[in-house]
Each structure stands twice: as C-alpha cells, then as structure tokens.
Design a protein around this ligand. Structure first.
Ligand code: ATP
Ligand code: MG
Length: 262
C-alpha cells in the first residue's frame, strides 16, 4: 500500500498502541550548545508502543532534540522523564542503560570488524539475538563475514540499526537513517523500520526531512522550526494536510497528471 510496503491487512491485531503508558516526556525543555539555546520550550509525550515522526527543514533542531534525549546537549531548563522517572540529570551512558537506543546521524559501526562481530560485540544475551536480527535484515546475514568498511551506505545503516537493537532498547532513536541512501535501499530499510513499529511494537522516534516517506509508518508527528514545535498531529492527518506540509516543510503538492491520464 504505502511505499514502505505496509498494508492494512498486514497490521491486523499486532499492535497494542492505544493503551501505552507514557514512555518519554519533555516538559518545557530548553537546551543547546555552550551559550546557544537551540531547543526552545519543547513539550511532548510519547507513549509506549507509539512511533513519532520528527520533521523539520535543515537546522531546525531535530538532531538537537535527539541529542537532548541522550543527554548530549547543554541543558538549560525543563524536565525530561523516561518511564515516569526524572532523567534530566542522568549521564548519557545511564540513559542508554535505562533502555534508550540511539542511531546517530553519522552511522556508528566498527569499520574494521565484520558484520557479525559488530553485532556480537554489543550483544546483551536476551531479547534480540543474531537469528532475530538476520530475520529482520536478511541482507546482513548475506554479508555477515564482510567488514563494516566493505558495506554499502544502506547496509551500514542497517547494521547501525541492528547494533542498536542488540542492546534491547525500549525506545529507539533514528536520526535521518534514510539520508543519502539509494531509493531501493530506502524502501527496504523503511520496511524494516515499519516492521519494528508494527510487529515488534517498539517505541521509535524517526527523524526525516521527507515527511511523505515516513508518515505512513509512524503514529504521530512533530514539526520543528527554529527549535520549537510548530505543528503536532496524527501522522495520517498530517499526510493529507498539504497546507501544513507546504507551510512548515515546503513539500510541494504532487502533480496529478499521471492519475488523470487515460
Ligand atoms: N555542536 C553545536 N554547537 C553549536 N551549535 C550547534 C551545534 N550543533 C548544532 N548547532 C546549531 O543548532 C541548530 C539546530 O541544528 P540541528 O543539527 O539540531 O538541526 P537538524 O534539524 O538536525 O538539521 P539537519 O536536518 O541538517 O540534520 C542549528 O542552528 C545548528 O547550527
Ligand atoms: Mg540533524
């Protein structure tokens, strides 16, 4: 149905998204780097089992928001809660240990280790294991003996996501995982992310500039501009809202010529 290959029939009964407790909560968060304020009073709640599209043009603060969740920015004020507990003062490694998985914008893999070594180096021994990872990413199984440096950009990105999964996160942060990848790999990776959301029920924040690519995969969406939330909606509604898309993201309406042709 969608470009990610999700069909409504394929999602039957697999989700329990309506009853999730609040997993991540931002309350009036102000953060930045050095003296510079980037995030400006950001508040939102993400429920367990839900997925959030984090959208915005270049330089609007998407990575800063992800980095703030991980504790990698300067905190000025506001509160961040994870599973109801205040984690505003927690160190980055303690946030990771609490169950936040992070795939940074610049892919984070060991280039001199094989695919399989990359995965087993971070294995925690429960939850995600190699068979489950390879079922999710068959391409990684085919390449399991290859070095990280021998992989294509798309394969490296799959490996980066797989490594984060091996740590069994409760919340997975994906910062522009589709950026710079060939279209065929974009669809393959997006389909895997969709399965993580729909079938595994993983709570995910997915950063992307191309809204129409990811909105069919996520539940809700936030658009940032100059470090502030300028629009918040159900993904299904934003997908149809050409005005909001054009206003905040500059997404032009698609020409309908092909459909009209007979
Ligand atoms: N380490 C840093 N020190 C100072 N300012 C920074 C730093 N990183 C980012 N910024 C500034 O913060 C603002 C938001 O940047 P950020 O990287 O969060 O945007 P983004 O939405 O992720 O953009 P992109 O789509 O290009 O990845 C920008 O004005 C940027 O210049
Ligand atoms: Mg960014």
């Amino acid at each position: 149905m969608s470009e990610a290959g999700i069909s409504e029939a394929g999602t039957s009964g697999a989700r329990t998204v309506t009853s999730g407790a609040s997993l991540l909560e931002f309350d009036q968060v102000i953060s930045g780097y050095g003296e510079a304020v980037v995030l400006n009073r950001v508040s939102f709640t993400l429920r367990e089992g839900h997925s959030l599209a984090l959208l915005g043009r270049n330089g609007t603060g998407k990575t800063t928001l992800i980095d703030t969740i991980m504790g990698q920015t300067r905190h000025f004020s506001g509160t961040i809660r994870f599973e109801g507990r205040d984690m505003t003062a927690l160190a980055p490694e303690d946030r990771a240990a609490a169950g936040i998985g992070w795939v940074p914008q610049e892919r984070n893999i060991f280039r001199s280790l094989t695919v399989e070594e990359n995965l087993t180096a971070v294995a925690r021994g429960k939850g995600w294991d190699l068979p489950r990872i390879y079922a999710m990413f068959p391409r990684l199984q085919e390449r399991k003996g290859n070095l990280g440096s021998q992989l294509s950009g798309g394969e490296q990105q799959m490996l980066a996501v797989a490594r984060a999964l091996m740590l069994n996160p409760k919340l997975l942060l994906l910062d522009e995982p589709l950026e710079g990848l060939a279209p065929i790999i974009v669809d393959e990776l997006l389909a895997a992310i969709a399965r993580l959301i729909r079938e595994e029920g993983l709570t995910v924040i997915l950063v992307e500039q191309k809204a129409k690519k990811i909105l069919p995969v996520t539940d809700t969406a936030i658009i940032l501009d100059r470090g502030a939330i300028v629009h918040q909606a159900a993904s299904v509604d934003l997908l149809k809202d050409e005005n909001a898309l054009a206003l905040h993201l500059g997404v032009a309406e698609r020409p309908k010529a092909a459909k009209a042709a007979r």
